[in-house]
Design a protein around this ligand. Structure first.
Ligand code: NOJ
Length: 877
């Protein structure tokens, strides 16, 4: 806060009028490499055309038809950064019963609050491969956000997808595969929204690194250049599933796609999101990602967050609010577009039932104190009680602990080194085993790596209510341990042959506005190595002890080659980012109360050079940094398989204390397939309103209004409003973008409902298998289903692609469970860039449906042609 205050003072010295600021936005796009295009797509499709939303739209339209112009523009933007209790606060229309809406981070728990749960991060949830837990965490998150009076949950994050192993925010999402991300994202949305909280899927799209993500005064944000097929088959996939689950809002990414800033990329928002995916909710900008006024509205943006201009916020300047009012009065922005923006926002609010007994915010993200300024961004603000310290944790620690535990991924276990016996003599090394001695919340937004690493840093973090550390858990169990709270091998540990050494190491990353130990979000200086000389610590311990167990808290893959094959390193566990429940969840696995059942949500390479060069971080470039996705579909295991590179540990890998067999597999054809899906349903009716420009008086400031300096308002001075209204009649017209049209389109063939043409989700094949616990301990198994396209497929397609997965309950020794999996039409299709549709390129071909416990351990194959399944088949990769 103090930092921001001085920033305000600094900003005040720079006098920028809103006029010169908006002039910056009319710059031409910077050219991108040949072949990458962001074509125009206009107009913004109106919302409300799917039957599952029509009632909310009907009600919303009744509200909207009674709003004044300034009330409408007050709803479509935030009131300014730090101008309210939440990270984002919309304006209200109290006369019509519409409150300010509170938008709050983040994906793993409420950011900067109190008495909330710090759940395991998305990457940890992905590692459970457990759909029930994905949903249960969503429900618990929803309960907490609602309990604090938050209308809009700023999660889940499914973009970044995890294309770049060093990318700073991959840990907020569920793993480097579109289908794993899709299930993680969609089930989180369904859970959160079951509580009446609006979920926000983010960041659309291809925001794969932190550095250079934002447009600023000096440089445009990075351009992610990707082709249409890659967009559809990888990066868009989880967004489609989120939309299909009825997500209420979508956050637009900072970066550009193919040269056009996502926040005003009409092809992306109007074309792909609203028309092809049939998105019915509203589209918000990431914070200060909006870079223009009318242009971004025409391109489909509905809500500006936090409301300020992106160049120098906090001066009371906005591209919308009062400017949007002006742009409607002077005829630049068609009223039809503004009406659709407001209708989308209010329909979403109604769709979640937030018009009925929804609590107002009872916390303040800007302070931990009970009292504070109501508008911390203002120089002079009234103060009041802002934090009521409402405890929203319920029994959520249980689901958090279950996730943390069932995500733990056993990568190596020689001679049954694990589980440990309760009376083992244990020596513990590494500062990660115990809480940060400065305090568990001593670093803002967890912007440090000190003590147990339960989450990465940035807006995706939350404050810990407590942190159950591994040492806490050992204490609680009364085991015989000695702890050396250092990352350097101590000279006084007195190794004895009966000792078991536990070595804790970490790798951290986060969001770009904080640099930790030289890493500005992305892992630039840490590379993919363990932090704090973790490799050396493991090697030093392994030189002195014969029974070493390595435990890794990490945001993503790390290089393990220096130590993983050392004979004393007997076992390796990835505990990912467990949130507050780091201790007991780990102890339950270490001591064999449960078998580990996590599986890797990404590949672990042997060397960074195993990845394609294009997956490296893009460094400084003069002008707009260009990040060209030349690897196309080949990220993570898709690349390793194609290039026949053996990773250290494959995507999906994870051992157990027991063994499982998969048997009795059967495949049943359900929906007969056609090369092209059945024709999409037509769009339904959308609300219609008068399109006449409202009178200027609807924009006048109310008399005797007590203004807060630099707060963003939607009113204009009378003279301004009158001038704007008379400009509507002048011959000087707004320069509409190339390809602009105001005629609503029927929508592309691939659309037709939320998520796309509903026929895409027809189940093509049902697969059933019996999983049997054939080992000597109870445990849960994960069945992963990968599709291999028929050999005659004319399009270059990854050898195998994950399409579904299922996890058993805890199976006792000898016990069996039947699992059901499914493959949809879309799962068997490719995106045809010519017909702009999902097609099955080789209808008669024999698809391989492979099921196994890891992407590199597939020996059960069901064939679509034969309709039978075979065990013991050589693996496709
Ligand atoms: C920027 C981040 O990219 C986004 O994920 C977050 O929700 C907003 N800031 C608000 O804090």
């Amino acid at each position: 806060m103090i930092l921001y205050r001085s920033f305000i003072q600094l900003c005040l010295i720079v006098i920028f009028t809103s006029r010169s600021v908006s002039a910056l936005a009319i710059e031409k796009r910077i050219p991108v490499p040949a072949g990458y295009v962001a074509p125009p797509y206009y107009p913004a499709p109106r919302g409300g055309w799917t039957s599952d939303w029509s009632e909310s739209y009907r009600k919303a339209s009744m509200l909207v038809s009674n709003l004044t112009l300034a009330e409408k523009t007050n709803i479509t933007a935030g009131t300014g950064i730090f101008m309210g209790r939440c990270v984002g606060n919309t304006g209200s229309a109290l006369r019509a019963g519409i409150p300010q809406l509170c938008l709050q981070d983040g994906p793993l728990g409420i950011r900067n609050s109190d008495h909330n749960t710090a759940f395991p991060a998305g990457i940890t949830v992905g590692a459970t491969w457990d759909k029930d837990l994905m949903y249960a965490r969503g429900v618990a998150l929803g309960e907490e956000f609602r309990g604090k009076g938050i209308n809009i949950y700023l999660g889940p994050s499914v973009g970044p997808l995890g294309r770049k192993p060093r990318g700073g925010r991959n840990w907020e999402g569920f793993g480097s595969d579109p289908v794993l991300q899709a299930f993680g994202g969609a089930l989180t949305i369904e859970g959160v929204q079951s509580q009446g909280v609006i979920a926000t899927i983010k960041h659309l799209i291809a925001n794969e690194q932190e550095m250079y993500r934002m447009y600023n005064l000096f440089q445009p944000g990075i351009s992610s250049n990707l082709d249409d097929r890659t967009l559809h088959e990888l990066y868009l996939w989880p967004f489609s599933e989120g939309v299909r689950s009825g997500v209420g809002s979508v956050m637009i990414a900072y970066n550009a796609v193919n040269g056009s800033a996502c926040s005003q990329n009409s092809y992306l928002i109007n074309g792909i999101l609203k028309d092809e995916l049939g998105f019915q909710g509203f589209v918000m900008s990431d914070w200060l990602a909006q870079i223009s006024g009318v242009a971004s509205a025409l391109a489909g943006l509905d809500l500006s967050m936090p409301g300020d201009v992106h160049t120098i916020p906090l001066l009371g300047n906005s591209y919308w609010m009062y400017e949007q009012t002006r742009s409607v009065l002077n005829g630049s922005l068609p009223l039809d577009r503004l009406n659709d923006q407001v209708t989308r926002i209010l329909a979403t609010w109604l769709q979640m039932g937030q018009d009925q007994d929804y609590p107002p915010p009872n916390f303040d993200t800007n302070t931990q104190d009970a009292e504070g300024p109501l508008y911390p961004g203002a120089l002079f603000s009234p103060t009041g009680v802002v934090n009521h310290f409402v405890n929203v944790q319920g029994n959520h620690a249980e689901v958090a602990r279950e996730i943390a535990r069932d995500a733990i991924t056993l990568l190596k276990n020689v001679n049954g080194a694990l589980p440990l016996s309760q009376n083992a003599a244990i020596k513990v090394f590494g500062t990660d085993a115990e809480k940060n001695p400065d305090g568990i919340n001593s670093c803002d937004d967890q912007g440090c790596n000190k003590g147990t690493l339960g989450m990465g840093w940035g807006s995706g973090s939350s404050r810990y209510p407590y942190l159950d550390s591994p040492i806490d858990a050992l204490k609680k169990r009364g085991v015989n341990y000695q702890f050396f709270n250092t990352d350097n091998f101590p000279s006084n540990s007195n190794p004895s042959p009966n000792d078991t050494a536990l070595v804790f190491i970490t790798a951290d990353s986060g969001e770009n506005y904080i640099t930790v130990e030289g890493n500005p979000g992305d892992r630039t200086s840490a590379n993919l190595n363990a932090w704090h000389n973790g490799d050396k610590l493991v090697k030093d311990v392994a030189a002195q002890y014969g029974n070493v167990i390595v435990i890794v808290h990490t945001v993503g893959p790390i290089l393990m080659e220096e130590w993983v094959d050392l004979p004393s390193v007997k076992a390796v566990l990835f505990a990912h980012l467990p949130g507050q429940e780091a201790g007991d969840s780990l102890a339950q696995v270490l001591f064999g109360d449960v078998s580990p059942s996590g599986h890797l949500p990404y590949t672990i390479p042997k060397s960074e050079s195993d990845y394609p060069e294009s997956l490296s971080l893009v460094g400084f470039q003069v002008g707009q940094p260009q990040d060209t996705f030349s690897e196309g579909l080949y990220i993570d295991y898709r690349h390793f398989n194609k290039e026949n590179i053996t990773p250290r540990y494959a995507f999906g890998y994870g051992l157990s204390y027991t063994t499982f067999t998969f048997s009795n597999a059967s495949v049943t054809a359900i929906t007969p397939l056609t090369s092209v899906p059945p024709t999409r349903p037509a769009k339904g009716e959308t609300p219609s309103y008068s399109t006449a420009i409202p009178p200027a008086s609807e924009a006048y400031w109310p008399s005797n209004f007590d203004r807060i300096w630099r707060y963003l308002y939607s009113w204009l001075e009378k003279s301004d409003a009158d001038a704007a209204a008379s400009a509507a009649n002048s011959s000087n017209k707004y320069p509409y973008p190339e390809g602009y049209s105001d005629v609503q389109k029927p929508g592309p063939p691939a659309g037709g409902a939320q998520g796309g043409n509903p026929a895409l989700f027809d189940v093509a094949y049902d697969i059933s298998i019996t999983v049997t616990n054939t080992g000597r301990a109870a445990g849960k198994a994960v069945a992963q289903l990968y599709v291999q396209f028929p050999s005659g497929n004319p399009l270059d397609t990854p050898i195998i692609q994950l399409r579904d997965f299922a996890k058993t309950g805890a199976l006792a020794v000898g016990q069996s469970q039947e699992l059901r999996l499914r493959v949809t039409r879309k799962d068997l299709s490719v995106w045809d860039v010519v017909s702009q549709n999902w097609i099955i390129p080789n209808l008669e071909g024999d698809y391989g449906i492979w099921i196994g416990e890891s992407s590199d351990a597939l020996s059960l194959r069901c064939g679509t042609q034969s309709g039978t399944c075979e065990e013991g088949v050589p693996s496709p990769v």
